[in-house]
Design a protein around this ligand. Sequence first.
Ligand code: DOR
Length: 446
Amino acid sequence: MDILIKNVNIFNRGKSFVSDIHIRGQRIHKVGTELQVRHAHQEIDGTGKWLIPGIIDDQVHFREPGLTHKADIASESRAAIAGGTTSFMEMPNTKPPALTQELLQHKYDIASKNAYCNYSFFMGVSNENYDEVMKTDLENVCGIKIFMGSSTGNMLVDNPDVLERIFANTPSLIATHCEDETTIRQNTEHFMADYGDRLDAKFHPLIRNEDACFLSSSYAAGLAKKYNTRLHILHLTTRDELVLFDNTIPLSEQRITSEVCVHHLHFCADDYETLGNLIKCNPAIKDKMHREALWDALLDDRLDIIATDHAPHTYAEKSEPYIHAPSGLPLVQHSLYIMLNAVHSGKISMEKVVEKMCHAPAECFQLLERGYLDEGKYADLVLIDPDEEWTIGPENIYYKCGWSPLTGVKCKGRVLRTFVNGSEVYNAEGKFVQGGGMRLTFSAVR
Ligand code: DOR
């Protein structure tokens, strides 16, 4: 298949320029002006449109196997391509959790049939599965995930000896969820004693507070420094944690990297007042001061990657009283839209959005042949109308759970077409094509 997109505004490697782009088979064949392609199967006029590399979301929860009443690999990867995400890395807290190589492989097998885009799955860690973790295939698995704070699923790793051993010996990238369990427990007991049944989502950032985040993140960073481990700390939420990251060396050389999620950039603690459990998530959304600090760190490169921590639960589950309602927000369809709004309001440039959502995940994970609009790379691309205005609502939400914490948000900019490995898998007329995704591959040296 030959596809030619003409006169489109391409964002790549910190630059934007009007060009044509020729896709041949699964790859980008040529980028240049006035390209002529005889017998192109599809020619698209890109005048006035933007073209970016497909988004690589390094933190999603797609709930399969075992929790498929909330979501599954097909439903959520379908939502992903509608929002311009062409590759995802999925977390191990499924049911059963991915704690053996066999259980991990099962998820890859499902994705090879059902996914709408490219995929990788993290190996899970427990206090007991060291030997299984050490068998992880570096070139075909994005990394290992350690819950150093408890969240959905019972995957807390709190044995210091196990943590030392894994940080000391694993050659994989370690991705961590960092919140200190003792602090969370003490805060919960304290607020429960004072408020009992009146405890609601407004207390979430007070229970899962700044201290819980810093204690755990600094512990993880300390272990990584001690053993020179390749550590990636997920969903940072506080100003104080930002001192753990260095912006003076190139990303590809860093041993400790960082991720921020779109909900922590978009919402602030005041929003618990109106949205309650719908935005209950771990780590909690903190107050405005922290949100501004996250934005500053994103812009000056102490924060490396923007992701979603897409974590769907049913509306009924979210409607439980605060203490029982599960944590997590469905977001994978809407991360680009949050960032496009930020581009239009002047908070960040589109070049920077592309760096943080497309290039940086490829660099951090040493993902081969993706993340850039370069000749020879796989053709994962997103064509955007930068000016279309629309509103997020039930009629355009594709998550299996059917709701979004962003319902009612007005967006400027819309995904018109998404390409995965050179094939159009989504367009705004409602086309969805399943099965074109590939297993992501990585450099063995990370
Ligand atoms: O809020 C969250 N929900 N944070 C996590 O780390 C896990 C996620 C989930 O799986 O529901």
